[in-house]
Write a new protein. Structure first.
Length: 490
């Protein structure tokens, strides 16, 4: 019997139990019937008010923006009940003491998890699709306005992706908590971001940026896959049965962190025996750093690839949209006054070693703090803006008649040879920190996986990244302007 068939056995059981519970079926049924009618009346009232205030000639445009928004809201409210079902999936059965027979079934952890995931998603999604259908039919009957098929398809796909995000996140929460109360409290970290996300989607809908919403669909799809993978990797039925209560053991966490920090990166998976290894600056540079760079060569390659792709994208934008002649005056590029004018440019840090170094460290530190919340996406995305600008200005320099390679060698290479590798290293280890939640090493809990990634990140950040950024800031202040004046000053 295939894994999908085994998972569907759990799904059928859970859906059948949900349909028997009137406390779940009744709210979903009422929302599915009442809310589309309410949104139809609200949309018609809003359109009438707009016409009464002199927007009659633009009535078609108003309906073209208001109807998709109302359709999205109609689809979102039923899937909000998916949180209730998903949060009950594991911890609810554990409190009702009905989890033991389920866990005793001859199926794998992955099949059990997928079955619970699908069962938490089917009923709310069916109600959401039905609500969308009722609203769409009512809109056509009462107002004669039909939403275009591409926009309708976009709303349906968006609703599906949002449901998967909410359910996958809630099932992860349910499998890692010991009480429904704790799961409901943690659910706020799912529903609040999704509500804010819904507002951002509404802005894009009102402005008619449907191509941007398809990019949102792609981002949600990646988030869906990461959440599902996270749940599959960290779910363990033995831990679910053995966990009696959750507590924060700060001394124990500190002891584990000290062990992970003091061990050599290549031997951190070995059984702890005897005293902790002695940590010295010589050992860290001689053994730890080379091992860390070797073990993290994949995320380093990914970060470097993103850096190169951003530069190429900026170059292509410059070639596709060259600035008109005379917009940028490069005649005084190598003059002393031109270089001295850099500190007066708004939004840039002070043009001194301390200002540049502090700015770079602050940006990297904030992105690394956001790494666990974004599965490592923010540290990698921080590479994009600066390299897009570098590629863009290199392309514009070539269009203006300058040699782009000389431009890069003078303006970027002196300090970039230190700064860019430092940023790549920080982004790569930030990516690993985000992935530590999604893919913890074998025999490591989530907390241990995060602490291991933090220990590795601290070693690289303080031993390599910060010294390289400090040297890069000094070169950028003292050497780069001198080279610009020497090469372009004539």
């Amino acid at each position: 019997m295939s894994s999908v068939t085994q998972a569907l056995i759990i799904t059928r059981r859970e859906v059948r139990d949900s349909l028997r519970d009137w406390r779940i079926v009744t709210p979903i049924f009422l929302l599915t019937l009442i809310f589309p009618a309410l949104m139809t009346v609200t949309s018609e009232l809003a359109a009438n008010v707009a016409v009464a205030w002199g927007a009659g000639p633009n009535a078609q445009v108003i309906m073209g923006r208001l109807a998709p928004f109302s359709l999205m809201i109609v689809g979102f409210f039923p899937i909000s009940f998916s949180l209730v079902i998903a949060l009950e999936s594991f911890v609810g059965e554990r409190e009702r003491r009905s989890i033991e027979p389920l866990l005793a079934m001859p199926i794998s952890d992955g099949e059990l998890y997928l079955g619970k995931l699908l069962s938490s998603m089917i009923l709310p999604l069916a109600a959401s699709y039905l609500g969308i259908l009722i609203y769409y039919v009512g809109l056509v009957i009462y107002s004669g306005y039909a939403i275009e098929v591409p926009i309708l398809s976009l709303i349906v796909v968006l609703t599906t992706m949002e449901a998967v995000v909410m359910v996958a996140g809630a099932v992860v929460v349910s499998s890692q908590t010991t009480s429904v109360r704790a799961a409901n409290l943690l659910a706020s970290f799912i529903i609040i971001p999704m509500a804010l996300f819904l507002q951002a989607e509404a802005v894009l809908l009102f402005w008619g940026h449907y191509e941007a919403l398809w990019a949102v669909v792609a981002a949600l799809l990646m988030l869906d896959l990461m959440l599902i993978r996270t749940g599959l990797r960290i779910f363990n039925r033995e831990d679910l049965l053995a966990r009696e209560f959750d507590e924060i053991n700060l001394p124990g966490l500190w002891k584990d962190f000290r062990h992970l920090f003091s061990c050599l990166p290549a031997s951190v998976h070995q059984t702890r025996e005897g005293a902790e290894p002695r940590v010295s600056l010589w050992r860290l540079y001689r053994r730890d750093v080379p091992q860390l760079l070797r073990l993290h060569r994949v995320p380093i390659a990914i970060a470097g690839g993103v850096l190169l792709a951003a530069f190429c994208a900026g170059w292509l934008v410059a070639r596709a949209f060259p600035l008109p002649a005379g917009v940028v005056d490069l005649s005084g590029l190598g003059s002393v006054d031109y270089v001295k004018g850099v500190p007066s440019i708004p939004l840039l840090p002070g043009f001194d070693v301390r200002g540049i170094f502090t700015h770079n460290v602050r940006v990297l530190a904030v992105s690394l703090l956001l790494a666990p919340l974004s599965f490592g996406a923010v540290p990698v995305m921080i590479l994009l803006p600066s390299m897009l600008l570098v590629g863009f200005f290199a392309g514009e320099a070539a269009f203006a008649g300058l040699n782009p390679w000389v431009f890069l060698a003078v303006f970027i290479l002196p300090h970039g040879v230190l700064e860019l590798p430092a940023v790549v290293l920080a982004s790569a280890f930030g990516l690993r920190l985000g992935a530590s939640i999604m893919a913890p090493p074998p025999d490591f809990s989530i907390s241990q996986s995060i602490m291991l990634s933090v220990a590795d990140l601290l070693k690289v950040f303080f031993l390599l990244v910060m010294p390289m950024l400090l040297l890069a800031a000094a070169v950028e202040v003292y050497l780069t302007p001198w080279l610009v004046i020497r090469v372009f000053g004539g």
